[in-house]
Design a protein around this ligand. Sequence first.
Ligand SMILES: NC(=O)c1ccc[n+]([C@@H]2O[C@H](COP(=O)([O-])OP(=O)(O)OC[C@H]3O[C@@H](n4cnc5c(N)ncnc54)[C@H](OP(=O)(O)O)[C@@H]3O)[C@@H](O)[C@H]2O)c1
Length: 252
Amino acid sequence: MKTAIITGASAGMGREFALHALRIFPEIECFWLIARREGRLKELAGDLGGKKVVCMSLDLCDEQSFDVLEEKLRDDKPEIALLINNAGCGYLGNVGETPVDWQTRMTKLNVTALTAVTSLCVPYMARGGHIVNVSSIASFCPNPRMTVYSSTKSYVSAFTRGIREELRAKGVTATAVCPGPMDTEFIEVGKIKGHSKTFDILPYCDPSSVAEGTLLSAKEGRAFYTPKAFYKLYKFVAKVTPQALMVKFTKT
Ligand SMILES: NC(=O)c1ccc[n+]([C@@H]2O[C@H](COP(=O)([O-])OP(=O)(O)OC[C@H]3O[C@@H](n4cnc5c(N)ncnc54)[C@H](OP(=O)(O)O)[C@@H]3O)[C@@H](O)[C@H]2O)c1
């Protein structure tokens, strides 16, 4: 059964990905929705036009969740047509001045879980399959006060570039999306609201348009998708400017 697996589907972009996937990938017959809040996943399941839905309440910061996913994959043997590694978090604050748990939660969720979920899913993907990894404009250059977050997103972009090449012969594509700020729970969870002038002045992206643009880019087999001309320009500037200089201006 052609299946989409979406992490972080209970809110924000994850929910938008599921809704847009219905139209952009109509061949998908089944959705596996992963996040901690099962009630939210069940709510979303009701909006997925009668498709078969599996709600998996998993804490991806807990490595035991990888065993649960592995077992479910082994039992069901789905054909994964679309894997969306969307779950992520970003905490504001200097390393050493904020709880260690905030910093390690970002590496666990944004890096370890994304790597583990992809490793588990790839064997179930066939020619024509797509992987979408949610990166960020933070991947373009380190952001002091969100040093760990920006480092994790650099990993996501580099991982996407590498695995895309590994999977070329198999006929599976990988796409990373690099959005700017979006008004989702992310801002509240990461203690960003009211504490970052940068987040106050940057143009915001609309999660629904970003999800739609990302899935269309994935369908075309593109490696990266950066929404908004402003952030495309930022990506270019970050590429041609020495990072030692850039980092003086990229504090969050
Ligand atoms: N919002 C922004 O400004 C922004 C900008 C650029 C990139 N991004 C990236 O976009 C992606 C989606 O973020 P969003 O803005 O949609 O944020 P969000 O609204 O906070 O959604 C995050 C999702 O991840 C899930 N999640 C969090 N911790 C988890 C855990 N331990 N285990 C399993 N699931 C977990 C949440 O569900 P539960 O709480 O139910 O577990 C939720 O569904 C992230 O990768 C983020 O880094 C966001």
